[in-house]
Design a protein around this ligand. Sequence first.
Ligand code: CDP
Length: 216
Amino acid sequence: MGFVIAVDGPAASGKGTIAVKLGALYGYPVLDSGLLYRAVGVKVLERGQDLGDEAAALDAARSLDPAELEQPRVRTRAAGEAASRVAVYSPVRRALREFQQAFAAREPGAVIDGRDIGTVIAPHAPAKLYVTATPEVRAQRRWKQLTGQGEAVTFEEILADIRVRDERDSARADSPMTMAADAVLLDTTEMTIDAAFDAARRIVETARSRWETAKG
Ligand code: CDP
């Protein structure tokens, strides 16, 4: 395994932005694993199927084409909600695992952000971050992002979404959202994105020195 950087955490914690910036810093490819679940949810809805239908979700996951991650529709509020509904199904998670693990195996390194990267997808990742912030601050960030994309939605609606999603992602029987024992917690509540990235970079640099020493 190369230098894999696992960036986990709840919705709108800033993990995606941090992951992209780390990728640019090291020249590594970046995978936003949430897009996989979002694309599966969107596909189920586009086929006119029910998000409560596990077999439909599994079929959507198995037939997923990486090009589907690029559709603007996967970035909507509805897609985020659909993603967390299909993400509770273990067979769906298994179907998406191979793609993520192949990405993690890329040399000389890769950055992946999600919920279970440091715990399930790449438990041996040399660098693990768990990025968090209060629900209110996360809702504020997500509200800005979605209204910037043209969605008509209130702050209160987004805050409610975030609370439901945190609860669903944490209560999941398979791969619940939890911090890996060897991850470093980064609370970005009071941080600007530049400050958060700076803190993340320092954590990753420490992990990198340790990894290089261990490699010999
Ligand atoms: O962008 P945001 O943080 O709202 O969410 P996301 O990372 O795009 O993920 C959307 C949903 O997919 C999450 O609420 C999880 O339910 C699910 N997910 C997951 O189960 N495992 C991952 N590695 C990534 C996302």
